[in-house]
Design a protein around this ligand. Structure first.
Ligand SMILES: [Zn+2]
Length: 78
């Protein structure tokens, strides 16, 4: 299992995601993000706004995802 925090993924808290694949990580972080937005959590709303700006450019989004994927793959497998 590898661990990455919400903050490392462009989020706003230290919630830890424990996953074995990057796809799983993307899925879990999305779920967490939506949950926090439903709660109206301000820091996550802010983080989400930044991400939305990024998503307007598919190329930037792709680069961002690639960077996260590299970070994830460089993590030690526990
Ligand atoms: Zn979070």
């Amino acid at each position: 299992m590898k661990k990455m925090t919400c903050r490392q993924l462009g989020g706003a808290c230290d919630h830890v995601f424990e996953v074995s694949t990057f796809e799983e990580l993307a899925e879990k972080s999305k779920m967490h993000g939506m949950e926090m937005l439903q709660k109206g959590d301000a820091p996550h709303l802010q983080a989400m706004k930044k991400m939305t700006g990024l998503m307007e450019s598919p190329q930037k989004m792709q680069e961002w995802m690639e960077e996260r994927r590299k970070e994830f793959e460089a993590l030690p497998d526990e």
